[in-house]
Design a binder for this molecule. Structure first.
Ligand code: MOS
Length: 701
């Protein structure tokens, strides 16, 4: 792997290529494509969390003018088994969670489909659900492997001995609630079959994966399936794999022999689009009288569904941020009568860092140490498994942030600073996220008029992927950006990895770089520097390049600083200002990078103060399944957020030297807010969100 040395376009702040299309409403999302003859599907959701369907009465629906079909498990085409049983829609009478789809009505208009769905009666034998996560649930077990392939348990040294020997100790349990992604575009699909081929416009972060999944489900050769996702209105992980809506639309289209559109109503996005599992995390920290950590214990509990095992990797963050000689990190999960959880922006690291970075703040208070200095004192050049970091500039982020934020002037005493009726406080937390690169393919073509067409099946979910990939291509080709046409969002281009795990730019960019370098070389070596009239085309695959890399712990790091004010009479918390300082390798495009980080930080503040999905224990239903009841931060909640980058050169990543940024910004953000609330009030909030109801009874008047 050779780094791209001469960079003209990489590093330049540029606006999104498709910005005009989007703001003028010309960009087409999954359900926007005008397909002649398309009809519409509306799902019927189970109104219970556990049971078995005995009958679906469809006559009333079928009697409605315009209703074409009512599909359910007794009449649906059979699907082939796949890894994710949640995708085996309408195949079985068993219901595993409230809101699982039990029938689908297809009609000539969306209104008639909805009316039809309301006319369907579902009969079932129903049992009371077990849907609430608790630390003493008898079903808790310890999976060997948790998400992202991590070992569920990692110990080193002797935690109990180290903890017992520590001069200063913290032992606290933190809770995070169920949270939902609420991307602007709901999960939506347009599907049609033509001569045995399946074409799908899907709201997905991973059209290559969706293609493979659909091919497997319908028993087709993958070449017979094509998935388009030219524009995607946000995902945050909820569109990381094929979702039930995708399969339902394809199934319905097959049943009625016409194109079908299915856009989930918001309430169904809450059950079918996945969510972030609630967590219960016990963190134990022990430090010597000098502030050096002697022991970290991080034990995380989360939930999964009865359909699939999903084990959120919350404790892995404690294997990365600091490196005490004694460590224990464990995960336990319990399968409940709930919808399957899924990845949500920085899965693992985000809830994990809320717990760890709150506990570090508690340790600082207990030991009388400054929380910035305490973190710096515990820096490490290796992770808990002994791997060296490919690069790590957490200390620089903390120092730069402290200086810009004015941390030195901080009076550490809690509840000491007032402005009128407000109590003021500041907080800090560390952030990290793995710098992942996954194999992908790309193609590049030169035409005789010095024009280049570069294609990679990236998904631009609002991140600016298209834009940065064109910058990368132009540098790899050594040409002006205006000469490069970049194509993304179509599985027919060839396999490329998901827009997830913050791996997009690094993974797709490497494939693009490789293809462009090959193309240059081909033009020079084979064609003597002149593109022949028929053009030159190449394809590249980074599988072997990535497999051949050395073993390093690769992560991006950052430091979050924030200032809050708390109204002691109402318990209201307002964010005053926030600063994130990040070391994320080479920044390909400062505009889109900053936007990703501000977005992550905003979502972190939202997590700290507002977001929670409430589940009704009697029914197992999410009762806050709309944007009126599920609160997310809006403009009025977010004042100034500043983002700064610490320069970082890392030769062990990819040819761009880039690390992912999409998730880093949310990590630690909620802890920084909670730590600032403590500083303002003297009240330690160990469960999120920090609502007035939680805070008010505890705040000093
Ligand atoms: Mo992200 S949760 O990996 O889409």
């Amino acid at each position: 792997m050779t780094l791209l040395e001469t960079t003209v376009h990489i590093g330049r702040a540029e606006p999104r290529l498709e910005a005009r299309e989007k703001v003028t409403g010309h960009a087409r999302y999954a359900a926007d494509h005008p397909i002649p003859g398309a009809c519409h599907a509306w799902p019927v959701a189970a109104g219970f969390a556990r049971g078995r369907i005995t009958a679906v009465e469809a006559d009333a629906a079928l009697a409605l003018d315009g209703v074409l079909a009512v599909v359910w498990h007794a009449n649906a085409p059979r699907l082939e088994p796949v890894d994710d049983p949640n995708l085996l829609v309408l195949q079985s009478p068993e219901v595993s969670y409230y809101g699982q789809i039990v029938a689908l009505v297809v009609a000539t208009t969306p209104e008639r489909a909805r009316e039809g769905a309301e006319a369907v009666t579902v009969r079932a034998d129903v049992s009371p659900p077990d849907s609430v996560l608790r630390a003493d649930h008898p079903g808790l077990y310890e999976p060997e492997i948790v998400n992202a392939g991590y070992r569920g348990r990692l110990d080193r040294g002797d935690f109990e001995a180290g903890f017992a020997a520590a001069a200063v100790r913290v032992d606290a349990t933190y809770r995070t609630p169920t949270e939902h992604h609420v991307a602007m575009e709901p999960h939506a699909t347009t599907a049609f079959w033509e001569r045995g081929r399946l074409d799908v416009f899907d709201a997905t972060q991973a059209s290559s994966t969706v293609r493979e999944t659909l091919a497997a489900l319908f028993g087709l050769a993958p070449q017979l399936v094509r998935v388009h996702n030219e524009h995607v209105g946000g995902g945050f992980g909820s569109k990381g794999v094929a979702r039930p809506n995708t399969v339902l639309a394809a199934l319905a289209a097959r049943c009625v022999g016409r194109p079908v559109k299915l856009a989930l109503p918001r309430s169904m996005v809450f059950t079918l689009g996945g969510y972030r599992t609630p967590t219960i995390q016990r963190v134990r920290l022990g430090a010597g009288s000098d502030g050096r950590l002697l022991a970290i214990g991080h034990d995380s509990i989360s939930q999964t569904s009865r359909l699939t095992e999903f084990a959120e990797q919350c404790a892995v963050v404690s294997r990365v941020h600091y490196a005490p000689p004694n460590l224990t990190t464990t995960h336990r999960v319990v399968a409940l009568d709930v919808p399957p959880p899924t990845w949500m922006r920085a899965p693992g690291e985000c809830p994990g860092a809320f717990a760890l970075e709150s506990a570090i703040d508690e340790l600082a208070v207990a030991g009388g140490w400054d929380p910035v200095r305490l973190r710096i004192a515990n820096d490490t050049d290796r992770d808990a498994e002994g791997r060296p970091f490919s690069s790590r500039h957490l200390v620089e982020c903390l120092r730069e942030g402290a200086s810009r934020f004015g941390w030195a002037d901080r009076d550490p005493r809690p509840a000491a600073l007032r402005e009128g009726r407000w109590l003021l406080g500041t907080g800090v937390a560390a952030a990290s996220f793995p710098a992942i690169t996954w194999p992908s393919t790309a193609t590049a073509r030169a035409t005789a008029d010095d024009h280049f067409e570069v294609a990679v099946n990236a998904a631009d979910i609002g991140t600016g992927a298209r834009t940065v990939l064109r910058q990368i291509a132009a540098d790899a080709l050594g040409c002006d950006e205006m000469c490069v046409e970049i194509r993304v969002g179509d599985s027919a281009i060839g396999y490329a990895t998901v827009a997830g795990g913050s791996m997009g730019t690094s993974s797709w960019g490497w494939a693009v770089t490789k293809a462009c370098r090959l193309l240059r070389e081909r033009i020079d070596r084979v064609h003597g520097g002149e593109v022949p009239p028929e053009g030159v085309a190449v394809a590249a695959d980074t599988t072997e390049d990535i497999a051949g890399r050395e073993e390093y712990a690769r992560h991006a790091f950052g430091a979050q600083f924030c200032a809050v004010r708390v109204d002691p009479e109402t318990g209201e918390v307002r964010l005053d200002r926030m600063l994130g300082v990040f070391a994320g390798g080479r920044i390909v495009n400062p505009t889109t990078a900053r936007s990703q980080l501000i977005g992550g930080m905003t979502m972190g503040v939202s997590m700290a103060l507002l977001e929670q999905t409430v589940l009704d224990a009697r029914s197992g239903a999410f009762v806050t399944a709309d944007l009126a009841a599920y609160h997310v931060a809006v403009n009025a909640d977010i004042p100034r957020i500043d983002v700064t980058f610490v320069p970082e050169t890392d030769p062990h990543l990819n040819p761009m030297g880039s690390k992912g940024l999409g998730e880093l910004g949310i990590v630690g953000a909620a802890a920084a807010v909670a730590n600032a609330v403590y500083h303002a009030t003297g009240v330690r909030c160990r469960s999120l969100p920090i609502t007035p109801a939680l805070l008010l009874p505890a705040v000093p008047g």
